[in-house]
Write a protein that binds this ligand. Sequence first.
Ligand SMILES: Cc1cc2nc3c(=O)[nH]c(=O)nc-3n(C[C@H](O)[C@H](O)[C@H](O)COP(=O)(O)OP(=O)(O)OC[C@H]3O[C@@H](n4cnc5c(N)ncnc54)[C@H](O)[C@@H]3O)c2cc1C
Length: 395
Amino acid sequence: MTQPIKQHLIDPEICIRCYTCEMTCPVGAIQHDDTNVVVDPDICEFCMDCIPVCPTGSIDEWRVVDTAYSLEAQYGWDELPEQAEIGGGDTDEAEALDPAIAALLEDAHKGAGGKARAPASAARPSINLYTIARPATATVQGNFRLTARDAGTDIRLVILNVDGQAFPVLEGQTIGIIPPGTDATGKPHLPRLYSVSSPRDGERPNYGNVSLTVKREAHGVASNFICDLKAGDRVQVTGPFGATFLMPDDPEARLLMICTGTGSAPMRAFTQRRARTVGNRSGGMTMFFGARSPEELPYFGPLKKLPETLLKTHMVFSRLPDQPKEYVQDRMMAEEEAVAALLADPRTHIYICGLRGMEEGVEKTLTNIAESIGTPWAALRDTMREEGRYHVETY
Ligand SMILES: Cc1cc2nc3c(=O)[nH]c(=O)nc-3n(C[C@H](O)[C@H](O)[C@H](O)COP(=O)(O)OP(=O)(O)OC[C@H]3O[C@@H](n4cnc5c(N)ncnc54)[C@H](O)[C@@H]3O)c2cc1C
C-alpha cells in the first residue's frame, strides 16, 4: 500500500486571484494561469507562510491522497474535489483492521448493546492508514502532568507531531502507540489504543499535531512508556481507528457526555471542536465528569472557563474528605429533569467513555430517567444507537 500524503490546495470557488499567497511563498510552490491559483505538491514544504496572508481563507484547504493532484488537474477545477476515501476508511472497519485492534475496539464498544453507527452528520473518518507492519513515526512535542503533583493518579497530556506524514484524525477516534521492546514471549509489543483529545485541526489549530490523555498504570508497559516521554522523543504510531464514536457535524445536535478519568479525552476533543467552530451557536453540550477528587480531574481548569451556553459541566467526586461518595450516575439522577429533556429530544447524542465499571450505574440511571418520562430505556437506546446517537467506549 502506498503511504497517503497530505496535499495543500486552494479553493477555486472562494479564491479572489489576488496572488498574495504566490508572492509570499518562500519556495515558489504557488503559481497561476488565467483560471486558477495552484500549489505544486513537489515544491510545497508546508511552511504555512501563505495561510495568514490570504484575505479569503481559500488557501487553507487540505486533502489526504494516495497520489497528489497534478498542477494540470488543479488548473481544470471549478471546485475542490471531496476528500476521497483512503486506506479502506469505511464504517465497517473491523474487516480492515488487524484482528487484535478489531477485538479491542469491539470489546470497548459492546456496552452500546448492539452494532454502533456513526452520527448521520459526522465527517467521514480515515482509518487504519498506519498499521503494525507500517507504523508512522511521531515526535513528542510536549508532556504535561494534568493531575496535581501530590495526587495519587498521574494523568498526562502528551502532544505528538506525526512528522511530515498525513495523519488525519477526527474527534472520538483512537490511535495506537507501539511500546518499544518485546513481551514475555519475545514478540514485539502490540499497540495500545488511546483516544485523541485534540480536535481535527490539531492541538494547536492548523499545526496537524494530536494530543492524548494518558493515565499511568502501575506496571503498565505502554502507559509508563508514554507518561515518561520527553519532548523530541520518537514514537511508533498506528491508526487512526474508530468509525462510529464520532461527533455530529450538525451544530444543532445536543451532546450529553458522561465520562470518568481519561474518558474525558474524546469529550475534550468534541468540546474544542465546537468552541473553535460553532461555539455558543450550537445545540449545546452537557457533561457529567467523574473523578476521585478535583486534584485527579484532568482538564478541570480549562473546562471551567467555557460558558454554560456552550458546555454545562457537572464535576462529580467520589473521594472528598467528610463527604459521601458521589458518582456520575448519582449526579445524573439529581439532574433528572435536565437529563430527561435531553433524552426526549431527537437532536440529542449520548457519549459514555471511561472505566468499564461506570456502565452499569449509568445504564440504571438512564433506565430510571427514561421511564420517568414514559419511555422504555432499552427501546430508546436501540433507536438512538441505530440513528448513530448512542455511543459507548469503555475499557
Ligand atoms: C478504545 C480504547 C481507548 C482507550 N483510550 C485511552 C485513553 O484515552 N487514555 C488512557 O490512558 N488509556 C486508554 N485506553 C487504555 C489503554 O489502551 C491501555 O490499555 C492502558 O494504557 C494500559 O496499557 P499498559 O500497556 O500500560 O498496560 P499493560 O502492560 O497492557 O497492562 C494491563 C494492565 O495490567 C496491569 N499490570 C501489568 N503488569 C502488572 C504486574 N506485574 N502487576 C500488577 N499489575 C500489572 C497494569 O496496571 C494494567 O492495568 C484505551 C483503551 C481502549 C480499548
